[in-house]
Design a binder for this molecule. Sequence first.
Ligand code: PGA
Length: 221
Amino acid sequence: MKKLFIVANWKSNETEVQAEEWFRALKNSQITTNKEEREVIVCPPFILLSQAKELVTTSHLSIGIGAQDFSPFDSGAHTGEEPPALVKEYAQYAIIGHSERRNELGETDELLANKVAHALQQGVTPIFCVQGIETPIPEGVSLVAYEPIFAIGTGHPDTPENAESVIKAIKAKTHVQYVLYGGSVTADNVQTFTTMPAIDGVLVGGASLDPEKFMKIVENA
Ligand code: PGA
């Protein structure tokens, strides 16, 4: 059985109270999250990372934590940046290069390569987002998410066949080990992606906010 990653990207959503409910629902569920076969990773806003770590630890949940970005700077005089050495205390993963940040904040390939380098330096695994085979993937990246823009938050996912062929092409062109699919993944369509041979899991935005919906995705994956 191939290893699957199921990543929840909360984006700029959820309060402390909602986060607590989310983790409680996960703890009370019967889903198994054996990291060897099915790795579940939750990526809350930075300000909830410490709470997330505490809830994962106290609830003995076998899930990973990811940040939604990573600073391209070392710790120091960089107002507003999250210190890399602090982020690594909470997060084993970091989403880097999400198209929302590329488009809304003008993040460039060069900046993203810097973010990847800093994450790797801290032992944090980048989940590097690409929009297709043309997106450059920085050195050292082993986990990628293929997220076509037309599919993000639209309710119109890519076809599993097209996602499979893009992901196959990414793997053929690079040394990336795992490539996930992201964009309008739901409990109903998740399996059409995860049963494709080259697809190693899913990155879930909107449908990850409601714990019931997310648990269904994990169950069906
Ligand atoms: P979506 O977002 O699941 O809401 O389409 C996916 C993502 O942007 O990671």
